[in-house]
Design a protein around this ligand. Sequence first.
Ligand SMILES: *Cc1c(COP(=O)(O)O)cnc(C)c1O
Length: 384
Amino acid sequence: MSNEPSDSKGFETRAIHSGRDFVGDTRTVTPPVWLTSTFEYGNPNGFDYTRSGNPNFRLLDRTIASLEGAAHATSFGSGVSAITAIVSTLKSGDVILAEENIYGCTFRLFAQVFAKFGVEVSYVDFTDHSSLEKVAGHAPAVVWIESPTNPNLKIIDIAAVADAAHAAGAALVVDNTFASSYLQRPIELGADLSLISLTKYTNGHSDALVGSVCTNSDDWQEKLIFAQKALGLQPSPMDCWLTLRGAKTEAIRMERHCSNALAFATFLEDETNAVTVRYPFLASHPQHELAKRQMAGGSGIVTVDFGRSLEDTMKVVENLTLFPKAESLGGIESLVCHPASMTHAAVPKETREAVGITDSLVRFSIGIETVEDLIGDVREALQA
Ligand SMILES: *Cc1c(COP(=O)(O)O)cnc(C)c1O
């Protein structure tokens, strides 16, 4: 039976109901954006209201789950919404055991929001092997790591932490944002949840915010779907559409991010008098062997300590012409960030310095431009 309004229906009725039969039947090559807040009751795909599901979410979720090698993926309005969804499943008195060099906004969310609800957080250095033996002693509900970490690019042994977490009866959450699904698959390494800010490498064009959580566990999946709907953490259909388009070119972008970043890091190490250059695929990286085992490439972030004063460090950053000073990472365009005054400004100075985020540290997100131009730009900024 047709739902199309006949010509005898009123102007307003035709304006509102025309096209209803056409939408599902177009064989469109690129999916449309389903900008609808609600769905007609009884539809075969079980959609009801966009806060709890939308065809653009579903298309993105299927792709991300597949790319991460997971049974399920759930999209959220941002990476921070995805973090919120996971932590909202905990209760007062539960303990999160977290890597100490964690993303600044994750730290802020734990300290300034969830602490008020009684969720406790302890921090350890997971590159120190004795930390693994101490996991059970913290009696954590959840162990929370990132690898590579931001901005120090520490590499953490995901499989070893997964074993320690499971022996302690805890679930392991891995923030996979810095590596991307193309280079690292935490679920295959034993993580229970892999969290990705798709805003970064997956979308790759710095024009949308979406987060995702992947899992093989039906129990976790049910909790995440509940959090999406009950807490209002859903993404927008438009942002999911953009992110899915980005995901289609993730592989070739990541290849170029990796080759550009390796060349850039090699230049910094060999041709400048930087004190430290951090890049997981440089032989000088403290966890280089682990990085090569766990990741298919070093990704696009290079962190350098130029060993200059705060003032001189800021001057170098300001002298760059091809690196806008901005937060975020993973886009096709290169960016530069001064963590102490930008991404980690929310972390107290003592805590920051204790984990190696000094005033002279600079983080480069290497884009997919011509790498000789990027290197030339830094060379000139250092000489100025
Ligand atoms: C950016 C980022 C997030 C948060 O993602 P948003 O999409 O910005 O909310 C979480 N973790 C890491 C490691 C990030 O870089």
